[in-house]
Design a binder for this molecule. Sequence first.
Ligand SMILES: *[C@@H]1O[C@H](CO)[C@@H](O)[C@H](O)[C@H]1NC(C)=O
Ligand SMILES: *[C@@H]1O[C@H](CO)[C@@H](O)[C@H](O)[C@H]1NC(C)=O
Length: 205
Amino acid sequence: MRILLLFTVLALPLGLLAGPQRVPDHPKQPEEAPKPVQSSQPTPPPQQQGSPQPSQKPSSAPPAGQGPPSGQPSYVLPPKPRTCQQNILPISPYETRQRWDRFVVALLYDKNVTTAFSYIVQDYVNHAVGVEQGFEPAWNFVSMIWTTQSANIIADKTWFNRSSDIAWQKYTVGKFNIVDRFRWDRGCIVEHVSWTPASMYWSNQ
Ligand SMILES: *[C@@H]1O[C@H](CO)[C@@H](O)[C@H](O)[C@H]1NC(C)=O
Ligand SMILES: *[C@@H]1O[C@H](CO)[C@@H](O)[C@H](O)[C@H]1NC(C)=O
């Protein structure tokens, strides 16, 4: 298993997680059937989501070049939420923990990126090397992954440090192990902290 930091993957080809060769053993759910093109994502996943029938022979597939034009994805991104507005005053670790739990439920269980990203501020800081800063790049990438890979996303562990308002989540997307570590401030996720192995902490959560 490879360990990836989800928001680090922004620096990698967008097809890495979405490509059919990478997650071949998880058939698409019916609700992930192809939808009208309605996105500005520059690099679509190369998969044929509309051809789940195993009986379909390659010879019956449309010749290359007759699918969606290169540069246009075949999925519809969910609605983008309003970004998180930080409280003027600090909020308690208890309430931050409650918000973290709601974020995790939305992202990893409901697979609802619209709700999850409502906890992220506009000027979100990402310390991963090579990624763009701010809400928009994170939204564009994560919403694409969640739209195309929803059935393959499985929650594993989470952890919250009340002293520092830093939280971890560990989950899988297909065969990829992913760890995200976030810092909360006044009710919102403001920062994606640099990756550190977290397994040592989870035994005591
Ligand atoms: C995501 O959550 C929002 C807010 O609760 C809700 O309006 C929306 O329908 C949900 N989206 C999906 C796909 O369930
Ligand atoms: C929780 O955060 C505090 C304050 O930053 C830090 O001293 C402590 O080591 C952290 N605990 C763990 C288990 O990481």
